[in-house]
Design a protein around this ligand. Structure first.
Ligand code: 5GP
Length: 109
């Protein structure tokens, strides 16, 4: 696929990964909406939350395990944080991703 996140995952666009596993990568958002703004992205091309199937159950568990690790790594556990998934016209990159937002929120994602 040719979306920007597939290119980052294939390392065609250089980007430092904060976290990488067999099925996921995480990296900083280029245009942060909060003090901490990390994107957790499945390597598999799933276009949107509307395309999530029961076979993706383990992958979604891994997403939230990665979120928990990143919350700890960024000392957010006792502060403000949230996870956002955009869909429809609110989603700009057609590759399922999870925004981890922490600290002061600057604008809507
Ligand atoms: P969406 O609106 O699809 O939920 O969020 C897409 C997010 O991807 C936005 O927060 C945007 O700033 C981020 N983004 C778009 N292009 C790039 C890129 O090339 N690199 C990184 N690191 N983030 C990107």
């Amino acid at each position: 696929m040719d979306d920007i996140f597939c290119k980052i995952i294939r390392k065609e666009i250089p980007k430092e990964f904060i976290y990488e596993s067999e099925n996921l990568v995480a990296f900083e958002d280029i245009n942060p909406s909060a003090d901490v703004h990390i994107l957790i992205v499945p390597k598999q091309h799933i276009e949107s939350i509307r395309d999530v199937k029961s076979e993706h159950g383990q992958l979604l568990t891994e997403v939230y395990q990665a979120v928990n690790k990143l919350v700890t790594d960024n000392n957010l556990e006792n502060g403000l944080y949230r996870v956002v998934v955009n869909g429809g016209k609110a989603q700009h990159v057609p590759h399922l991703h999870f925004h981890l937002l922490g600290g002061q929120w600057k604008k809507m994602v």
